[in-house]
Write a protein that binds this ligand. Structure first.
Ligand code: WT7
Length: 653
């Protein structure tokens, strides 16, 4: 039985415990009912909880597929995350509790964060950054990453955070696509005891980035540590963060931003070789992330909240920085790997700081399961009261393990479906209200309207189809940076003549109770360990190698990562398949894109299965990679190719 069949036979129901419900922010369906009848009014009420320097004129204006929210209004995201908490009882509350991988620790109160963000904002100004400029951030998970984002927001600069695991080339392409003026990086970061030499990567990237005027470099190196992180600083271009900090004023007045001004650009993979710059604006995004943080995580003043995502992904933006800080929460930030120095590192951190809310990805949960319950059981997790999951469908087995071993059967699990493009959580339980089913993201968040549609755009009441969002929401992307046509084509053209329907790229099923089950991507996008990778990107990286004539990449089920990458490669004349060439190609992809895109399998083949019109039949390659019966081969040009490939694939394994 496939995973999906298992998922769809899941009938267990877990209502919130009476104790959880009694203390929850939302205890009944009133909020959902009101939002269902008037989503615009619901969002306006949530937006009014933010601090605005000028109220909006119009809540929403929709000319499908474009929308504006809170037009005429002005606010600043850093004021909402920091300034508004420093005058009352939160002034001395821990905002960020940070732990570095080697064991160093720092805690910043809201007042501390206020000071750091003001200084960082002034540093950027000193480097010539003005409102509307783009700033790239390529940092490890250190507090300065949060300060850098909020500093950009404070002066109205648009940040684009690039995950520290991405290669110099990936960094270069992102910087060039949006024309960044400044790059903020560090001498390095720690990962599994090793050093990631970020400044060296940044130097390589910036050599081919004509728009970069300055680099601001955080010194992460710990005293006493040798020179493996030694950064070469280019006079005039590069500046140490800690030095520049001494030369700038302490206070920086926040820029009043229009609600629709860009807050950030975040690149994500699509079905072409080129990542898309997803554009998020200020007012709508802040409304979406602050409302969802509050209701989905049931955030209370005394919570200790931990989202394990890296700030390089949307989850880090929305649920490590903007959402929880807008709510004045105490957030844990951890730099390194979950199994360093031991496989109980995360539980040790949970115990040490009394974490009450823990939000992670199914791939991590499956790894914890494999490592065994003893690592969890060694620690006192009695403070935990709510668990979250995000990034990919969670299989019921992992859900049950999370529920029993981590949550000790009393913590509700919120399985949250959303995307880089949606900015905030879209489908999720409300923990005090919704009875959960293992593997289902349950029902839409208040104010969100979802449909499961067939290819004609007709609603499917019960059954499987394509997931669509049918009404605009404040935190939705506004465009793709520099390519509005791609925005229209990718998200609003699935159903011709219906530019009001947002196509998510996921398949979904609605069951008899109206619960939604996300079935995964229906396009050429892979989800490897919760990270989105386009098959075309990996193919382009492979074809870039001198030995490769043609490549086809597919996803293959993987126990822990959800999906792994399998590549089928045809070599150019004069090159011979060998295991050393296989390793070289795997490294080549890691070098071009980043380690997360390194293929697990590479199979050399003289031919790839193609249709008579020359299109590679990825579906058959997927069947081969999964060891499944081959599907329909009637359009195949040469059936013998497939048999040969299958025999070879099996021989290799
Ligand atoms: C894709 C979006 C949203 C933050 C992390 C990923 C998959 C995400 C779930 C979930 C089933 C999920 C979808 C979606 N996905 N959350 N709870 N259940 N699938 O962001 O990189 O933009 O990827 O992740 O396929 O389309 P992203």
């Amino acid at each position: 039985m496939s995973d999906i069949d298992v998922l769809l036979q899941e009938h267990r129901l877990f209502p919130p415990s009476p104790a959880f419900r009694a203390a929850a922010r939302v205890q009944d369906t009133q909020l959902q009912d009101a939002a269902a009848s008037d989503p615009v009014e619901f969002w306006a009420r949530e937006a009014s909880e933010l601090t605005w320097s000028k109220p909006w004129d119009t809540v929403m204006h929709w000319t499908p597929p474009h929308v504006t929210w809170f037009a005429g209004g002005e606010l600043n995201a850093s004021v909402n995350c920091v300034d508004r908490h420093i005058h009352g009882s939160r002034r001395n509350k821990a905002a960020i509790i940070w732990e570095g991988e080697p064991g160093d620790r720092r805690t910043y109160t809201y007042w501390d964060v206020y000071r750091e963000v003001n200084l960082a904002a002034n540093m950027l100004k000193k480097l010539g950054v003005v409102k509307g400029d783009r700033v790239a951030i390529y940092l490890p998970m250190i507090p300065e990453a949060v300060f850098a984002m909020l500093a950009c927001a404070r002066i109205g600069a648009v940040h684009t955070v690039v995950f520290g695991g991405f290669s110099p080339e990936s960094l270069r392409d992102r910087i060039n696509d949006c024309g960044c003026k400044v790059l903020i990086t560090a001498d390095g970061g720690y990962r599994r005891g090793q050093i990631v030499p970020l400044k060296r990567h940044a130097d390589k990237a910036v050599a081919e980035c004509p728009t970069i005027e300055h680099m601001l470099v955080v010194m992460r190196r710990r005293s006493g540590v040798g020179d493996e992180m030694a950064a070469e600083m280019q006079e005039g271009r590069d500046h140490w963060w800690h030095r520049l900090k001494r030369d700038v004023p302490r206070e920086c007045a926040p820029e009043a931003m229009s609600a629709e001004d860009n807050l950030f650009i975040l690149y994500t993979s699509g079905t072409t070789g080129k990542p898309k710059g997803v554009v998020h604006t200020t007012g709508g995004y802040m409304t979406g992330v602050s409302a969802t943080s509050k209701y989905v995580f049931d955030l209370k003043e005394e919570d200790v909240y931990w989202c394990t995502a890296d700030i390089g992904w949307i989850t880090g933006h929305s649920y490590l920085v903007y959402g929880p800080l807008a709510n004045g929460a105490t957030c844990i930030v951890y730099e390194g790997a979950p199994d360093w120095p031991e496989k109980d590192r995360l539980w040790e951190i949970c115990e040490r700081y009394g974490v009450t809310i823990f939000y992670t990805a199914p791939t991590a949960i499956r790894a914890f399961m494999k490592w065994g319950a003893s690592y969890v059981e060694k620690h006192d997790l009695s403070q935990l009261r709510l668990l979250g999951s995000v990034g990919e469908p969670i299989n019921p087995e992992a859900w049950m393990w999370y529920h029993e071993t981590v949550g000790k059967q009393h913590c509700p699990i919120v399985d949250t479906w959303w995307q880089t493009e949606t900015g905030a959580i879209m489908i999720t339980p409300l923990p005090g209200v919704t009875s959960t089913k293992p593997g289902s993201a349950t029902t839409p968040f208040p104010g969100v309207r979802v449909a499961v549609l067939d290819s004609q755009g007709d609603q499917i009441g019960v059954g499987g189809g394509l997931l669509a969002l049918t009404h605009p929401w404040p935190s939705m992307l506004r465009t793709i940076w520099g390519d509005d046509q791609r925005y229209i084509d990718t998200y609003f053209s699935k159903w011709p003549g219906r530019p009001d329907l947002y196509f998510a790229g996921d398949g979904a099923k609605r069951d008899e109770d109206g619960y939604l089950w996300i079935l995964g991507r229906v396009d050429d996008v892979l989800n490897v360990a919760g990270h989105r990778i386009g098959t075309m990107e990996v193919e382009s990286a492979l074809v870039d190698h001198p030995s490769v004539a043609e490549a086809a990449v597919v996803g293959k089920t993987h126990d822990i990562k959800g999906q792994a990458i399998a590549a089928f490669v045809t070599l150019r004349n004069g090159f011979t398949a060998s295991s050393s060439l296989r390793d070289e190609l795997r490294e080549h992809v890691a070098m071009k894109i980043g380690a997360l895109a390194r293929p697990d399998d590479i199979l050399f083949s003289a031919d790839l299965p193609k249709t008579r019109s020359g299109k590679i039949m990825r579906r058959l390659l997927r069947d081969i990679a999964e060891g499944r019966a081959l599907g329909d081969m009637s359009t195949l040009a040469d059936a013998t190719v497939v048999d040969g490939l299958r025999a070879q694939y099996e021989a290799q394994e």
